[in-house]
Design a protein around this ligand. Sequence first.
Ligand code: GTR
Length: 424
Amino acid sequence: MKKLAFILLLSSFIWTSAHAQRENVISDESKVPAYTVPDVLTRLNGKKVKSEKDWFKKQRPELLKIFTDQVYGKVPGVLGISEVKVWETSDNALNGLARRKQLSLFFKKNNLNLEVNVLMYLPKTTQKVPVFLAYNFTGNHAVYNDPAIRLTESWVANNPSVGIINNKVTEQSRASANDRWPVEEIIKAGYGLVTIYYGDVDPDKDDFSDGIHPFFYKEGQTKPESNEWGSIAAWAWGLSRAMDYLEKDPMVDSKKVAVLGHSRLGKAALWAGATDPRFAMVISNESGCGGAALSKRIYGETVEIINTSFPHWFCENFLQYDNHEELLPVDQHMLLALIGPRPLYVASAEGDQWADPKGEFLSAKYASAVYELLGKEGLPVKEMPQVNHPVMGAIGYHIRTGKHDLTPYDWTQYIGFADKHFKK
Ligand code: GTR
């Protein structure tokens, strides 16, 4: 009896101290506990990955399966675009600098119908152009000051300061995010911009009754199974469906599509790049926890914090790693490695410690082993570069001054990175 009481007391002490420890978010490098990152070139059975064939035939599929089952969740079925409706095109956008095209992709199943609006700005040339494909946070109309852009009718998180009231955008919402989208610079550099409001695919709320998830429910099902997709995987799925369309668009060079995302949308871009090899380049802007940053460092946002704040982002199986990152059979450098040997850019910001810049850098560094195995230079440096000193191999990285955001500085690097890899 005494022994049992002692064990109970001891385990409750261990439990409370583990939780107490996590009450404080780590934002001081000296407080990062000892952790072990699994070697990307060692298989679960302990065997070493020695060749390109070992990577593509054995290690890559195993890692992809772990991320699918334990982290993001699997897509439960196949569903293609039912209809493409082009709303309008113009050869006179941006004061004559660009073409504009607006269209919707419709998805239909049983009596469900989903509309995904796509806005494209393309350089005026007779050649097919490389493009950046990127989700936006509040609707296509927020990206650029152009009255011709259709206002989204989808649910958008309220933000009265930019005219989003009762979850609907208004005229006041136009161009409200244009700081993040230097459209003219992108066009002048010879690239197109293809953008979609991410909430068209799945509204960003802890509710699986809307967006794309219900299209795959069996009778009586109200949410995905524990190994099925959360919202990040749904958004990644949406990027792949946009790619299905881009492969058919006569103005786009679909072999040169760079999928880009900021923050939660960076997580989605990485997962899209990992699951869909048609993306020729992947750009993660401050994607942080569940994106480019190593989870096992537990610096900044942790698995428990993210699963608590955003219970719908990952699959249910991911919850078992709350406060137990050490049990994860993978870490995020392995996600980055799944993109290899395709060009990959990881960016951090000094004022965005929540996303763990060092953890993002280390992740890119550890992923480099796979790029090297595949005959490419991964990250060209071993130590974290100084602030505002981008480095670019097949993996690029920068940490810039400033806060959590997608800025013209970031875009300048992404355009440079695309020039390096797409225009050689
Ligand atoms: C934060 C979240 C991050 C990041 C960010 C964003 O609240 O903790 O993981 O995704 O949101 O998407 O802006």
